[in-house]
Design a protein around this ligand. Structure first.
Ligand code: MN
Length: 245
């Protein structure tokens, strides 16, 4: 069959004085290396139109980015809230809502994990250092492919199966994190300070894997558990595509 088609939820953002629409190439490269065709969508049209495309694809990748608007989970903005992007919130939530309704495989990264939690009724810490200080630095000053803190992965989770280990080291570029977990989700990974680093659907019939770190930064590593996350999404997308609708 042809390569599974994975929609990648992208951004529209001004960089060096020009507005660009796209995504970090590392997400697209990780998918391409895993044998998929990445279809990058940017928040420049009616999000409903983008969501209409999703049923023509085989899976969804939600990517990292700016803070979600706390109004999406009924909270007032904290003084430490950073940039929000309402158009991107609308696109990500529309894409995830469609994927959830149609039971399409979803891999959610960083902000993507937070989008999933908020979409299903959970809340976020708006700023870990001021609202939930702890010993683990979650916004590393190191290069993106450096692994700055360990996480512990729950037995019986898809993540554990994919990672093949109880403890792995991950990179970390987030000042927000999951606060109240949405109904229907289970925690699959935590950092040493208890910050949530992984979520999945508690219905194993749904393929939903969400991680707070950035596995795409390891797409060029010869054999990384991080790249296996993308391979697992592509496998699930292939299996979903083969099922009669
Ligand atoms: Mn972290």
């Amino acid at each position: 069959m042809t390569a599974p088609r994975i929609v990648v939820a992208g951004f529209a953002r001004t960089l060096q004085g020009r507005e660009r629409a796209g995504t970090d190439a590392s997400y697209a490269r990780a998918l391409a290396r895993a044998g998929a065709l990445p279809l990058i969508l940017a928040p420049v049209t009616d999000p409903a139109w983008a969501a209409d495309l999703l049923p023509l694809a085989d899976g969804l990748l939600l990517t990292g980015g700016h803070d979600l608007d706390p109004a999406r989970y009924g909270a007032h903005p904290s003084p430490a809230l950073e940039t929000v992007d309402p158009a991107r919130d609308a696109l990500d939530l529309a894409l995830f809502g469609t994927a959830w309704d149609r039971r399409l495989p979803v891999l959610a990264v960083c902000r993507g994990l937070q989008v999933v939690n908020v979409a299903l009724g959970g809340t976020l810490w708006q700023d870990l250092p001021s609202e939930r200080p702890g010993p683990v630095v979650h916004n590393q000053g190191e290069p993106r492919a450096n692994r700055s803190h360990p996480i512990t992965i729950a037995p019986g989770s898809r993540l554990r199966q994919i990672a093949g280990a109880e403890e792995v080291r991950v990179n970390s570029f987030h000042h927000q994190a999951v606060r109240d977990i949405a109904p229907g989700l289970r925690v699959t990974a935590t950092a040493e300070d208890g910050v949530i680093e992984g979520l999945e659907s508690d219905d194993l019939g749904r393929w939903l894997v969400a991680v707070q770190w950035h596995p795409e930064e390891f797409h060029a590593s010869p054999d990384s558990a991080d790249q296996r996350l993308f391979e697992a999404l592509v496998e699930a997308a292939r299996a979903a595509a083969a099922e009669p609708a």
